[in-house]
Structure formats: structure tokens, C-alpha cells
Write a protein that binds this ligand. Structure first.
Ligand code: UD1
Length: 338
């Protein structure tokens, strides 16, 4: 298939592009490079031996986006592009709503105009907010707790309405739990700007000496060891989930929604121990107060994706930590600029 990938040089986008190229799909990437580096393109070529077509375009630039639809014909689109930092979204809600919603509207308008009717959308488990219970199934109600999560839930609603209005659209909404890990080559991985907000990249940067120690937010939760529990999923498992979702769209299902996680909860301390095993290093940490807005326990029910997509996460937390360590130790400062 010929596919348009928005945000294809970002963390999840780049890992998905590798799987697409390895499965003989043709890929056109658009990315504004606001949160990614052009060097990712070379790394993609190193891993796959193929060079995807790339345009540095912002989805807010409707004219330029339109040109990408005129130049190539697509069988489908995978839409990753968007701002994604929870804390920043609370500080800059208008930027988040403008960028994520308007960018998506431009993309959907172009898809409608040029009759591209298959879409995989990158959503997030944060649309569920504080869940009433675990594991979380796809029919739990949505209560996002920050502007970033709101943009994901709003886009989901736009997609629902679009699918109702036009039955020829096939749309897969994928709600990711906590994507971590890196490609086993160590050539691509997560490269956050500034001090990481998320656990795995923070631990990785402590391990390479960029940060002094980890603060573990909360050790008084009612969990095995008092620390919070999440459903960490290897980014390559997640990438493969996108391929399975694209295959599903060929059956003309209309709009479908899937959780992508492992269904297994891992505590912060378990993750730190696994990382220590992978790296052979000791990760210095202190216990700190709970982070406002954090839920104690969060993990997915993934049987719907297993049954309908024939997809299941296969990689363990030890695999995830080993792959993060390979990426971070080979690229201690992340991607070079050029
Ligand atoms: C966060 C986002 C969520 C997003 C997800 C993507 C917040 C509030 N939520 O979820 O919207 O979909 O990332 O992966 O940011 N922790 C520490 N020390 C740290 C960092 C994290 O103890 O320095 C703990 C957290 O308190 C949490 C766990 O590690 O219990 C995981 O945190 P994180 O990686 O930020 O993911 P989420 O909070 O689940």
C-alpha cells in the first residue's frame, strides 16, 4: 500500500515506518520537525535499506498539505502528528487545541477531497482519565483530565461524526497505554526535548549520567510495593499494531476502536529493577510525593485487539529495558542535529 504518515519522524511514527517499510509498503512522511530530528530519516534508511519520501510540512499549512495529496495517491493515512506533553498542554491550552484539532481537520478535509478513506489515528489511554476500575476496556467512558487528553477525545468525536456522515470512511482509533522501548538496532528511540516527563526516558538519562537521580512519585499507593502501576508496551509491538489495524481497514469495518497495551501492570520499582538488570548499573532514586493527577493503577484489557486484529504484545519489560539501554547508551545525547 502507499501510505501517508503524519509525524512519521517522531518516536512512535518512526518505529511504525520501519515496520511498514519492512512489510513492503510505500511511505510518504510529513513532519514539521518541531519535536523530531531530520537525522531520523537516515536512521530509517540504515535499518530498512529504503528511503521514504519526506516533506517538512506543518499540518496547519493547508496549502502545502494539499500539495502532498496532489503529488501522490494514498491507500491510507496514519496520523501521529500532534503536540503531546501533558504538563505543557495545561500551560498552553490554546496552542494544543489549535495545533492538534486544526491540523487534524486539515488532514481530514484533504482526505475527503482526494478520496482517501482509510485512517489509523494515534489516540491515548489518557482519554479514559481516572478509570472506575481496571483493566480498562474500550467501552469505558472518556474523562480526559488535561487539554492534551481533551484534544485526543475531541478528535475521536470528530472521527465518529465523520464515519457516521460518510460510510466509505474506515477509521481505526488506537488508544496506546505507556509506549516505551526502542528498535533493537539501537538506531532509533525516544529522544524527548529537555528534561523528560515520563518514567522510562528519565531512568535512561539517569543511567547515562545526564540526570543525577530519579524521583519516584509516591510510595504509598495500595500496590505491591507502594509505587504506581502502568501498562508499559514496547514501541515495536505498538508499531506492529498499526499494521494490523491497516489490514483490518481493508475489511471495511467503518470506525473501530482498540486499546493497545500488554494487559499487565508493572510498578515503578519493578521497572527500575528491570532497567538495572538490563544496564548492569544502579539507578539512584529517592521517594517523592505523589505527582498531581496520577492514577495509582492503570492497565488495559486488550482482548478486543487480540480477537479482531490478531495482534498481541509479545515483548516483556526486560526486553523493553534492554532495548532502551541499547538506544540510550549508543546515543547518550539522543539524535544529532545533522
Ligand atoms: C503519561 C501521561 C499520559 C500519556 C503517557 C504516555 C501524565 C500525567 N500523563 O502517563 O497522558 O498518555 O504518559 O506514555 O504525564 N514517574 C516517576 N518519576 C518520574 C516520572 C514518572 O515516579 O520522574 C512515575 C509516575 O508517577 C507514574 C509512572 O512513573 O506513576 C509512569 O509515569 P509516566 O511515564 O509519566 O506515564 P503516565 O503518568 O502513565
Amino acid at each position: 500500500m502507499q501510505l501517508l504518515i503524519t509525524g512519521g519522524l517522531g518516536y512512535i511514527g518512526s518505529h511504525t515506518v520501519v515496520e511498514l517499510l519492512n512489510n513492503n509498503h510505500e511511505v510518504v512522511i510529513v513532519d514539521n520537525l518541531i519535536n523530531s530530528k531530520i537525522t531520523v530519516l537516515d536512521r530509517l534508511q540504515k535499518i530498512t535499506g529504503k528511503k521514504p519520501v519526506f516533506y517538512q510540512i506543518d499540518l496547519l499549512d493547508k496549502t502545502k498539505l494539499d500539495e502532498v495529496f496532489v503529488k501522490h495517491q494514498y491507500d491510507g493515512v496514519i496520523h501521529f502528528a500532534g503536540l503531546k506533553a501533558v504538563g505543557e498542554s495545561v500551560q498552553k491550552p490554546l496552542a494544543y487545541y489549535h495545533n492538534n484539532l486544526t491540523g487534524t481537520l486539515h488532514l481530514l478535509q484533504a482526505m475527503q477531497k482526494y478520496s482517501v478513506k482509510n485512517l489509523v489515528f494515534s489516540s491515548s489511554a489518557c482519554v479514559y482519565g481516572l478509570p472506575a476500575s481496571v483493566p480498562i476496556t474500550e467501552n469505558f467512558s472518556l474523562h480526559p483530565e488535561n487539554p492534551y487528553g481533551q484534544t485526543k477525545a475531541m478528535i475521536e468525536q470528530i472521527l465518529q461524526d465523520l464515519a457516521v456522515s460518510n460510510k466509505s470512511f474506515n477509521i481505526a482509533i488506537l488508544r496506546y497505554f505507556n509506549p516505551i522501548g526502542a528498535h533493537t538496532s539501537g538506531l532509533i528511540g525516544e529522544d524527548p526535548q529537555g528534561i523528560p516527563n515520563n518514567l522510562a526516558p528519565f531512568v535512561a538519562q539517569v543511567a547515562v549520567g545526564r540526570l543525577a537521580k530519579l524521583s519516584i512519585f509516591g510510595n504509598d499507593y495500595e500496590t505491591v510495593d507502594g509505587t504506581a502501576i502502568r501498562d508499559y508496551i514496547h514501541v515495536v509491538d505498538l508499531a506492529i499494531g498499526h499494521i494490523k489495524a491497516l489490514e483490518k481497514l481493508n475489511q471495511n469495518p467503518g470506525l473501530v476502536v482498540y486499546n493497545l497495551g500488554t494487559g499487565k501492570g508493572i510498578s515503578v520499582l519493578e521497572m527500575v529493577k528491570s532497567f538495572e538488570k538490563a544496564s548492569g548499573l544502579t539507578i539512584p532514586y529517592v521517594f517523592a510525593p505523589r505527582r498531581p493527577g496520577d492514577v495509582p493503577v492503570n492497565y488495559a484489557e486488550c482482548s478486543k485487539a487480540e480477537k479482531e486484529l490478531n495482534w498481541k504484545a509479545t515483548k516483556s519489560i526486560d526486553d523493553m529495558c534492554a532495548d532502551i539501554w541499547r538506544w540510550q547508551s549508543q546515543n547518550p545525547n539522543g539524535y544529532p542535529d545533522k
